[in-house]
Design a protein around this ligand. Structure first.
Ligand SMILES: NC(=O)C1=CN([C@@H]2O[C@H](COP(=O)(O)OP(=O)(O)OC[C@H]3O[C@@H](n4cnc5c(N)ncnc54)[C@H](O)[C@@H]3O)[C@@H](O)[C@H]2O)C=CC1
Ligand SMILES: O=C(O)C(=O)Cc1ccc(O)cc1
Length: 367
């Protein structure tokens, strides 16, 4: 597509969307604005945008597509500001926020002025932030949820998908209410539980040192998302209050049930509790992408000697297999250590397993 794109807030998500648009729509001019001037400069230097705007008005009034990439709270005041400007008649305005009901309610003021607002949520990310962390392929294979109004012309939704096609995400159109409920269940509430588990380990004062050492393995994996941005998760919880409170009631009732089973030593019920969870989890599609892309981890049992990491990465590099992360599980004190190497895709993970099996006799495990 041709035209002017204006990105407000060039952080991890706004910057990544901008790069994906740049890679696909070569005749498009992308202008950026960010309250953090250093970050805006960096976005220009890194090639996330073509031009810097001094004000929102300057970039917005010339734009065919406006992307609000700021945290959800700021997005609401930006929507109010945009509604007071003289925007192009057929402009599309979208956002990237993790919650949708509040933002789409606020954006009714844009609809009243005849502008198209389509809520957006690319369901991938990380604990990193700022323009420096932006990647054009961040959303590849992830779900990208869109929440148009009932009256939004279908052509405008298609136009937005076209603009965003470079993300290579899977678009799904749903209502803001359903969005907030689903993301509450699969994303927002799990972040609260992950933080809760970390708090519980942290409060284990007497054996503090031992807890930290033992928690380095599986516990660390289960609580990975507790390392996400506290500001962002504060805003998400404040915005998705009703859904979170309802899920919390259900969770507390469930924990009460488990508590009673344990108090009453109800072995069969406890077994059923785990067996039902196992069945549901084991039946989740392994090959299909979930809402948030999984991490494709390969565990490699390697001898604990200096240079073993470069040996492994060397074999993978020889066969052009890209890795996204590498770390050592530190819980074990024997001579063997587990190296966990993460890949962007399932096929890379399998290629890596074959590569390591070809070059070494180290055991590999796909989880
Ligand atoms: N980080 C993640 O994993 C994901 C985040 N999201 C959503 O994306 C949004 C942005 O998150 P990130 O990119 O991670 O944050 P970020 O902190 O990397 O970027 C936000 C940017 O917005 C700028 N900004 C803040 N207020 C502004 C204002 N009033 N005007 C202009 N610029 C302003 C900041 O300076 C910063 O550069 C949030 O609403 C979040 O809920 C959605 C999916 C994943
Ligand atoms: O990496 C993860 O597991 C995430 O949870 C990333 C994420 C964070 C916020 C979103 O709104 C969507 C995705």
């Amino acid at each position: 597509m041709k035209g002017n794109v204006f990105v407000i807030g060039l952080g991890l998500i706004g910057g990544s969307v901008s790069l994906a648009i740049r890679n696909t729509h070569h005749e498009t001019l992308i202008t950026g604005y960010d309250v953090d001037h250093k970050n805006l400069r960096l976005a220009k230097v890194l090639g996330l945008i073509d031009n810097e705007a001094e004000t929102i008005k300057e970039g917005a009034e010339a734009a065919d597509l406006i992307i609000i990439g700021t945290p959800v709270v700021q997005a609401e005041s930006i929507i109010k500001e945009l509604a007071m400007l003289d925007l192009k008649d057929d402009v599309i305005i979208t956002d990237v926020g993790s919650t949708k009901k509040g933002i789409t309610t606020m954006a009714a003021c844009l609809e009243e002025k005849g502008y198209t607002f389509i809520g957006g949520h690319p369901m991938a990310g990380s604990h990193k932030s700022g323009a420096i962390a932006a990647k054009p392929h961040l959303f590849e294979n992830a779900f990208y949820l869109l929440t148009p109004y009932e009256g939004t012309p279908a052509g405008q939704v298609e136009n937005l998908k076209d603009w965003l096609s470079g993300t290579k995400a899977n678009f799904l159109v749903i209502t803001p209410e359903l969005h907030d409920h689903l993301t509450g269940v699969i994303s927002h509430f799990p972040h609260i539980i992950a933080a809760g588990l970390v708090h519980q380990a942290k409060n284990c004062h007497s054996e503090k040192q031992l807890v930290s050492r033992l928690a380095a393995g599986g516990f660390r994996d289960v609580t990975r998302i507790a390392s996400s941005s506290p500001q962002m998760w504060r805003d998400i919880l404040l915005h998705n209050k009703d859904v979170i409170l309802q899920l919390m009631e259900e969770w507390i009732a469930q924990m009460e049930q488990v508590k009673h089973m344990v108090q009453g030593q109800e072995a069969d019920e406890i077994f059923d509790y785990f067996a039902t969870a196992k069945r549901f989890r084991d039946d989740l599609p392994v090959k299909a992408q979930g809402a948030i892309p999984a991490f494709y981890d390969l565990y490699i049992d390697v001898p604990d000697y200096p240079g073993v990491i470069s040996e492994i990465t060397g074999y993978l590099a020889q066969e052009n297999i890209s890795i996204t992360n590498i770390r050592i599980l530190e819980t074990r004190e024997e001579i063997y250590a587990a190296l966990v190497v993460s890949f962007q895709t399932e096929s890379d993970r399998k290629l890596a397993r074959d590569c390591i099996q070809k070059h070494t006799n180290y055991e590999t495990i796909l989880t």
